[in-house]
Design a protein around this ligand. Structure first.
Ligand code: SF4
Ligand code: SF4
Ligand code: SF4
Length: 342
């Protein structure tokens, strides 16, 4: 049963559901204070801020020497944060630069990219080439010599210093608008959903699928599908969401679900309620919980819809209360004994 709350009216309702498709979206990276001048140099904004200015018609005249700094919060060094590429930001930046050039043909734009430019989306390679032909300067920097941003002594501009590894020259650019190209992250409150549903997150923090190639929209919980996993553009997100919706239709059309019989069961007489199988989080499918059967007495139970029969809980149980239905420890020992006789 799923309990939903209408945040406007405060009303709650409970729904019994058979399948669920999660399309949780993304959040943008929150830069630290001072990171490339964020919240310390007045001329530093994010790609989203610039996008809002463009949509609201706030940009009436060309800013002097706008500089875009790529990969802020993405492809970071080991131990410093997000290691992955956010995949959409190079394309977004190329598209914004194209728009700026159409609005203000004489504006001199600089794009400081970290080692690579990755314009994954369709048509972006061509737009990137067109931008270069129109004079947008793409400067390649690397981790050994990162870009720095400081305020000019008169406070009117930012000074961006970029060592371009291709020309081997250092550029000091006086700019009225420095745009940080922020990476994407899993929604910052995603833990509430994953803990509630018992599904997993990958190392990058995004919801993880059962198998990237063979089961790309399934989760460890049967009936729960992911419509969006790691950072991707709109068309890829729509494709994944469609695939998830199609998968969700299969159990809905069948009307019933067949579950694997090889699940873990608990001998309630042997279970001493030590909580080890639950507290240790040994179960990769979050199929174990403790239930109070009488005041002060707890016993372990298995959610058979979730259990995939991996046997990990049976191995950890100190009293032998947990065992696999149809594949008990005794039967294995009997088989071994018979084989040894032969
Ligand atoms: S898409 Fe471009 S800006 Fe975004 S993380 Fe990847 S390389 Fe960096
Ligand atoms: S580890 Fe065994 S004895 Fe302890 S709670 Fe789990 S099933 Fe019961
Ligand atoms: S057998 Fe595996 S999947 Fe089933 S409850 Fe035990 S640990 Fe979880």
């Amino acid at each position: 049963d799923i309990k939903l709350e209408d945040v406007n009216s405060g009303e709650t309702s409970v729904h019994r559901i058979g399948t669920m498709v999660l399309t949780l979206g993304m959040d943008t990276y929150d830069p630290k204070e001072g990171e490339y001048g964020w919240s310390t140099v007045p001329h530093v904004i994010s790609t989203l801020d610039l996008e809002k200015k463009l949509r609201n018609g706030e940009l009436k005249k060309a800013p002097k020497n706008p500089v875009f700094i790529h990969c802020v919060g993405s492809r970071q060094n080991p131990g410093e944060g997000n290691r992955y590429c956010s995949r959409v930001c190079c394309s977004a930046v190329i598209s914004i630069q194209h728009e700026l050039k159409e609005m203000f043909p004489d504006v001199k734009i600089f794009s400081a990219y970290k080692e690579h430019i990755r314009p994954f989306a369709s048509g972006m390679e061509e737009m990137w080439r067109e931008n270069r032909q129109k004079g947008v300067a793409y400067l390649r920097w690397d981790r050994e010599r990162p870009v720095t941003v400081e305020q000019s002594p008169d406070g009117k501009e930012a000074i961006v210093t970029v060592y371009d590894t291709l020309s081997q020259e250092t550029f000091k650019i006086r700019s009225e608008m420095v745009v940080l190209v922020l990476g994407l992250e899993a929604p910052h409150d995603v833990d509430e959903v994953t803990k509630g549903l018992g599904i997993n997150r990958g190392q990058d923090g995004f919801l993880s699928e059962m198998h990237m190639k063979f089961r790309p929209v399934e989760t460890t919980v049967p009936g729960v599908f992911v419509g969006c996993t790691y950072a991707k553009n709109i068309s890829d997100s729509v494709n994944q969401a469609r695939a998830a919706a199609n998968e969700a239709c299969i159990p809905l059309n069948l009307g019933t679900v067949t579950i694997e019989l090889l699940t873990a069961e608990v001998n309630q007489e042997l279970c001493v309620g030590c909580d080890l199988c639950h507290y240790s989080e040994i179960c990769p499918y979050d199929a174990i919980s403790m239930v109070e059967i009488e005041p002060g007495v707890k016993k372990s139970v298995t959610d058979e819809m979730r259990c995939q029969g991996c046997g990990a809980c049976a191995a950890i149980c100190p009293t032998g209360a947990r065992d696999m239905r149809w594949w008990r420890e005794e039967s294995i020992l009997d088989e071994v004994e018979e084989m040894l006789k032969e």
